[in-house]
Design a protein around this ligand. Structure first.
Ligand SMILES: [Zn+2]
Length: 382
């Protein structure tokens, strides 16, 4: 610990170490919503949603930073008008010197993220990814180079982004063999004579590269390679980083009926007026479970293909849920309120900040920000 006051940048840096922004979906808008990295932080409020009530809670707590799950500004903004609810919240936060930060889909996919927190709250263990999302997709370049040019080609492709592994660069493997070719009419060979088969000592050079650098690396290789037609190929590597992914699959210690398990879900999460709903037979045995915190329509097929007994998610709609249930052996569906299903992550996040910055006050908001505030069941049925 130093005497330097903790800043917004300190907390953001810590959160982003666990939830790197590059792991967010392309459409997402994560990061600082308002405020400045050099603002001091003595107190942080953790919340799923940013609502006027949450902003009022932050002001009452004299928090200087709100760390939220859902971004306040996901679509284009053309002004900060105090007459608009979002403009009002932004003005209130800025006027009170409260910074605001959002970690959204980057927090969903992480190994200590939102879906894992939900799975653990439900008593699931042996977690794997429902939909793995490797942080970095890699290619391998294999290129054949006349031996005296190997160092130049390795240097060129390394400068373009290949051969980097952790804190090392210029990583490559080379093995020497014999390359053979026959220049045809119209060729302009670097080595050899038109019409005669040539045998040349060549190195087979192998390097990894980020898939996004493929075009730049191939261009650098062609520019540094002495041959008119370099022999090379690119392989797409299977992901080995299985720590990140959308949703999780885990197992209960002992089977429960679907009804008992749905009750466990209700007991494990903060209460909401919509409660927890089950689609499917309440007596179906449940052991393997998929969870996806947040809106999970998109992964109904993935959960069924995974062969789980139950799929816990939020915001399921009538038609996708009905159609998903119609398949033989389909998992039962358990729909929990969106806010409630994501809430178990907040104490995890608060602990991450508390362990590294114990001098900062931490508050996990217990304000129910679920959209639905009342529920009515028929008293005299139709
Ligand atoms: Zn969400």
């Amino acid at each position: 610990m130093t005497d330097q006051p903790v800043t917004v940048a300190d907390v953001v840096g810590l959160v982003e170490k666990h939830y790197p922004p590059r792991t967010a979906e392309g459409w997402d808008k994560v990061g600082l919503v308002c405020g400045s990295g050099d603002w001091p932080v003595t107190s942080v409020l953790f919340t799923i949603d940013i609502t006027p009530e949450v902003v009022a809670e932050a002001i009452a707590l004299e928090a200087n930073l709100i760390v939220a799950h859902h971004p306040l500004l996901l679509r284009g903004v053309h002004g900060v008008d105090g007459a608009h609810p979002k403009g009002r919240m932004l003005l209130d936060m800025i006027q009170q010197g409260i910074a605001c930060y959002a970690a959204h889909t980057n927090a969903d996919v992480a190994p200590d993220g939102v879906c894992v927190a939900l799975a653990e709250a439900l008593g699931l263990s042996g977690l794997t990814q429902l939909d793995p999302r490797p942080v970095e997709r890699l290619d391998q370049l294999v290129v054949f180079v006349p031996r005296e040019h190997t160092d130049a080609v390795v240097a060129a492709v390394s400068a373009a982004g290949a051969g980097r592994v952790g804190a090392y660069d210029h990583c490559h493997f080379r093995v020497t063999g014999t390359g053979s070719f026959r220049p045809l009419e119209g060729a302009n060979p670097f080595i050899g004579t038109t019409g005669e088969v040539e045998h040349v000592p060549e190195d087979r050079v192998e390097l990894v590269l980020p898939r996004g650098r493929r075009a730049a690396v191939v261009a650098a290789m062609r520019a540094a390679h002495p041959y008119e037609e370099p022999a090379f190929h690119i392989l797409e590597l299977a992901p080995t980083d299985t720590a990140h992914g959308i949703g999780r699959i885990g197992e209960l210690d002992a089977p429960l009926s679907a009804g008992e398990f749905a009750q466990r879900v209700a007991d494990a999460l903060p209460g909401t007026v919509t409660g927890v709903r089950l689609a499917g037979p309440a007596d179906r045995p449940v052991r393997r479970v998929a969870v996806l915190a947040g809106a999970g329509d998109s992964h109904l097929d993935t959960a069924r293909a995974a062969g789980v007994d139950a799929y816990v998610t939020s915001d399921l709609r009538h038609h996708p849920a009905t159609e998903a249930r119609a398949w033989a052996g389909a998992p039962v569906l358990i729909d929990a309120a969106h806010w409630a299903a994501e809430w178990p992550w907040l104490p995890v996040l608060s602990d991450i900040v508390g362990r590294a910055l114990p001098e900062v006050d931490r508050h996990v908001s217990r304000l129910n920000t679920d959209a639905w505030t009342h529920r009515f069941d028929a008293q005299d049925g139709v």
